[in-house]
Design a protein around this ligand. Structure first.
Ligand SMILES: [Zn+2]
Length: 300
């Protein structure tokens, strides 16, 4: 049972739009790709936990605060024991040496075991503070089937891709007589989740730097054309209702410029579609709350 399902973060969504519409600095591009890959790995892990048959409470993607320190947890499965998972979607060959992880031809990366220890200890302090004593088992999960770790340590809490199947069977069979307190604990965790602004650590961008034009909902290509009430992608052939495409563009504008009052002209300028202004207005009026009058009206 998922108490807090995972959704793609606004930060990934914003970076995806920026990546398509401007030349992102290399470091921001890498940051975007890492976030996206991490998210894909976590979704892969959710596909496994959602198959757990015995009673369990699953709380995903938490940002918590303990002792004035903020920490992030990818996934928690509550049974009679609380299982904490740090999911890594690393791909390719890595090696382990002197308590560090290295890509085969690269520099030391942040040690996920240290990250795991830190989360485990902060979580356990947080739970104690709220009066919960529950055994915690913490694991680093390497989810990508194309991940290999040479010189891997034998005595660390790591689950390798080849062990996932067996581990999930064991987890499924682990004791799970849950009572009201377990449910309260899960609810507490969800309520303690911190909302972080997605606008931190983003590159600077201005409206006039960004490439304009509507995009395909599937392949994000700009090669789309309007045909009556539908828009058609010339790249992948996918079709979408004009209304839903316009509203998707509005969502993009709102994500990128949260304080902006959006007008029909803003949307026309953003989409660059050959559609009468009145039609765009009608779509906006139908889906959003209009404020102001006539040429000064904007939508919320
Ligand atoms: Zn397409």
């Amino acid at each position: 049972m998922f108490l807090k399902p995972r959704t793609e973060s606004d930060k990934i969504k914003i970076l995806r739009i920026l990546n398509a519409r401007m030349n992102l600095p290399e470091s921001d591009k890498q940051y975007f790709l890492n976030l996206k890959k991490g998210f894909e790995g976590e979704v892969m892990f959710d596909k496994l936990t959602e198959k757990l048959e015995n009673e369990s409470l699953i709380v995903n993607d938490l940002l918590l605060k303990s002792n004035n320190t903020t920490f992030q947890i990818d996934s928690i499965v509550i049974k009679e024991t609380l299982y904490l998972f740090e999911v890594k979607n690393y791909e390719g060959d890595f090696y382990y040496q002197s308590d560090n992880f290295y890509p085969m031809n690269g520099n030391k990366i942040q040690n996920p075991l240290h990250q795991l220890n830190r989360s485990e200890s902060l979580l356990s302090q947080l739970l104690l503070k709220h009066g919960y004593r529950i055994p915690i088992e913490a694991w680093v999960v390497f989810i990508n089937p194309a991940f290999t770790l040479y010189q891997s340590p034998k005595d660390k809490p790591i689950i390798y891709p080849t062990q996932l199947d067996f581990f999930m069977k064991k987890l499924n069979a682990s004791p799970s007589k849950l009572n009201g307190r377990h449910h309260k604990l899960a609810e507490l965790l969800v309520s303690l989740h911190q909302h972080e602004s997605p606008y931190k650590e983003l590159p600077k961008y201005e409206d006039d730097q960004l490439k304009k034009g509507g995009t395909c909902k599937t392949c994000h290509s700009f090669s789309i054309s309007v045909n009556g009430r539908r828009i058609i992608c010339e790249e992948c052939g996918c079709e979408e209702d004009l209304e839903s495409a316009v509203m998707r563009s509005v969502k993009e504008l709102k994500l990128l410029f949260p304080d902006k009052k959006i007008t029909t002209n803003d949307v026309l300028d953003w989409c660059q579609v050959k559609v009468a202004k009145a039609r765009i207005s009608r779509i906006l009026k139908k889906n959003l709350k209009a404020s102001g009058y006539g040429q000064w009206s904007y939508y919320e």
